[in-house]
Design a protein around this ligand. Structure first.
Ligand SMILES: [Mn+2]
Length: 378
């Protein structure tokens, strides 16, 4: 038996005003083609199918088209749960009809103790739930943390568990110690959102969504698939793809990460403004979505516009003329070695990218001298 694990598609995502729909359609087309080769028995999508609770119609059509190909045309069973970005009600639309076609959409806590049996495996679903929703569902106001909520849900599931079978949990949450990225919206503000890996020990395997790095956590039975694409500039070093789990006679025999190549990557470009404009800067691909971090551009008006004329997929620009990366104490040490004149001309250069002219210099010297002499009254 073969299970494909994916999550965090974030369909409809927009980064700095740029819609990624074309990139998402491209990668899903690739995913569909790979599924034709893989012939999995089931595809698990562990939450955040959409990027917002009100996805636009293009995003909805893309999801419908993808699921139709995989489920109706290729006959692959699909289990999907809602993540913190999805609207439970909207994602759940049609779920009872779709189950007839082995498309299982789970968005509420109501049926977390009902297994979905496919082949030798019992799948349990734990869609994302807020602390409030969990309190209401269990009618228990003492549940105040994500850990308490999870423990309560898991002990509820535990009563239904058939220990003789292979039990797999599908969830959307943060496991303690997991690597974070910028595009994962916090689950709650002001409460610790991570839960202990220990909590899941009644399961043979836990397939998760939410963290975007495919190797977010080191565990032999808990795993994140990672997101479909790079969704923030903090993810430029992360591989993206899906995971494939193979089971033989009730045992997991292997799990493999399979990378996919996107239409465009996210790339951070460091260097000099002038070099960028003259196309002499070190860049992987002009077509990538770019975040420029450039020096010597304080004198340029609207540098973003100039950059976009050459690199149309520029999404962000940071002025690196100001050195925020050297720690303050190191800069202070440097400054302490300078005399007043050097400090001022250094500062001037820092701001304007130009050195003081001779006239400015002599004016500066005379002012400094004046001050040294206690400010002679003229
Ligand atoms: Mn999420």
């Amino acid at each position: 038996m073969k299970i494909i694990h994916t999550a965090d598609w974030h369909l409809g995502r927009i980064i700095n005003g740029k819609s990624l729909l074309e990139d998402q359609a491209y990668i899903l087309e690739q995913f569909i083609r790979e599924m034709e080769q893989q012939h999995p028995d089931v595809i698990v999508i562990a939450g955040d199918l959409y990027d917002t609770s009100y996805p636009n119609k293009e995003a909805i059509l893309l999801l419908e088209h993808t699921i139709k190909r995989l489920n109706l045309e290729m006959g692959i069973a699909i289990i999907m749960i809602s993540g913190n970005h999805d609207s439970k009600e909207r994602l759940q639309y049609g779920a009872t009809w779709f189950e007839r076609s082995n498309l299982y959409i789970r968005t509420h806590l109501d049926n977390i103790n009902e297994a979905i049996t496919i082949g030798d495996v019992d799948f349990y679903t734990l869609p994302f739930a807020t602390i409030n929703e969990t309190q209401q569902f269990f009618n228990d106001e003492r549940l105040e943390t994500h850990q308490q909520c999870l423990s309560k849900s898991l002990s509820y599931i535990n009563k239904a568990l058939d220990k003789e079978k292979l039990n797999i949990l599908i969830g959307h949450l943060t496991v303690q110690g997991g690597l974070r990225s910028d595009s994962e919206r916090p689950l709650t503000i002001g409460t610790v959102e991570s839960v202990e890996a220990e909590s899941f020990k009644q399961f043979d395997r836990v397939l998760l969504g939410h963290l975007h790095h495919p190797f977010s956590i080191q565990s032999d039975y808990i795993s994140y698939s990672g997101s479909l694409l790079q969704y923030s500039f903090s993810e430029t070093k992360q591989p993206k793809g899906y995971k494939c789990i193979e089971i033989e006679s009730g045992e997991i025999i292997k799990e493999k990460f399979i990378p996919m190549q996107p239409l465009r990557k996210l790339e951070v470009v460091n260097g000099d403004y002038e070099a960028a404009i003259q196309e002499k800067i070190d860049i992987e691909s002009k077509e990538n979505y770019l975040h420029f971090k450039l020096k010597h551009m304080s004198h340029v008006s609207d540098p973003m516009m100039h950059l976009k004329q050459i690199y149309p997929n520029t999404l962000a620009l940071t002025n690196q003329t100001f050195d925020f990366e050297t720690p303050l104490h190191e800069r202070n040490e440097e400054i302490q070695k300078m005399n007043d004149e050097e400090i001022i001309s250094h500062f001037y250069e820092y701001i304007t990218d130009e050195s003081l002219s001779e006239t400015q210099n002599s004016k500066l010297n005379s002012i400094l001298n004046d001050m040294l002499q206690g400010g002679s009254e003229k």
